[in-house]
Ligand binder design. Sequence first.
Ligand code: MEV
Length: 440
Amino acid sequence: MTKPIEGFSKLTKEQKIDWLTTHYTADPEAAKKLLKRYWNEAEDVQQLHDEFIENTITNYYLPLGIAPNFLINDKLYAIPMAIEESSVVAAASKAAKFWLDKGGFKTQVLGTEKIGQVHFMYHGNKEHLSAFFDQVLPKLLSEASSITKNMEKRGGGINTIELRDKTDALENYYQLHCTFETLDAMGANFINSCLEQFAKTFKAEAQLFSLFTEEEKAIEIVMSILSNYVPNCLVRAEVSCPISELKGGNTETSQQFAEKMVQAVNIARVEPHRAVTHNKGIMNGVDAVVLATGNDFRAVEAGIHAYAAKDSHYTSLTHAAIENGVFKFWIELPMALGTIGGLTSLHPLVKLAMEILGKPSAQELMQIVAVAGLAQNFAAVRSLVTTGIQEGHMKMHLLNILNQLGATDDEKKTLTHHFKKHSATHNAVVEAFEKLRSTK
Ligand code: MEV
């Protein structure tokens, strides 16, 4: 059995790779070659990547695709998407084209409030705590001024600090619930720095508060951290058109198609098993753009799923309705994104993605991401209620299967042509491939 290693982080990259491949791979030389093959040729670019995280051994590649023809608030975008799943970019592109001549996507940012909390334990008189909070509030702000100065110059900063009594949920538990405006920054570092300063000031000033007993002075700060649940940092995206302009599959009338879309969304509204998959399709679009633009997709995922469960029932993030002969399809998503700071000015492909999007503000990026989610969901549900998902999916997945089978370029060309007219199940592709090989 491999022994634990001391001081791994202090080894050079080459030493880390030597140790790793010797202990954990069957063919160390082949593994080393593979890892080095994905190093960037430009040493400075590779160093940049090495320094994004710790113990870097190579770069992990994902395809970066483009979904063009997105008309959002009358502006045309080509949206970069980083994702490994076949058919996502194709579906987004198809939805973009579908809505292009129907007025496109209309979006609106409904709020930009970010949240952070200092969680603490207090044993004592609630009125004393409340009086202390009123007294210390100006000092919480003034002692954080070196952190907030630059953000304030740009028009952001701390919005509110509130004392919340959470003792109904957990004995002795209180919090400083704080809201922030972080403009084009995602704001995690800014918020966490402010919160840690609030905690320090709060604890220190408690020692000096005359009404507090010795026990009350012993406020116990448990932690200070931003919340990735940002229900008031919210964006809405919508498409709509007269039902007569809708075309689903080959068999339905426009009216039947519109009604089926609404039914499918209503099923996701009431049935959590379906809602999770429905929302997963939305996140195919959301995550791909969030990742391509160097944002934190884990934060966005966590916040969005919490939002989907905000009414104590996990439900669909999209909505659909038919009103006076008009089909309406919309989404509301909370998300904290940044277009400055973080990876946005460091990662070469993120910089390019931002340029492709026209160097958006954080608010504009929120709108683009919400549109990607809505488009993805429209495309998925449209397939589901018409042809079924597999027809399109397997066509897109075909090349992956052929690559697994080791097909040559010529074989791929022949079989791609063949499956334009035939249903591409996994077995059918294997059979057609074997047949083609045996005829040679
Ligand atoms: C697959 O990645 C996403 C779908 O399952 C979404 C959905 O079912 O709505 C197709």
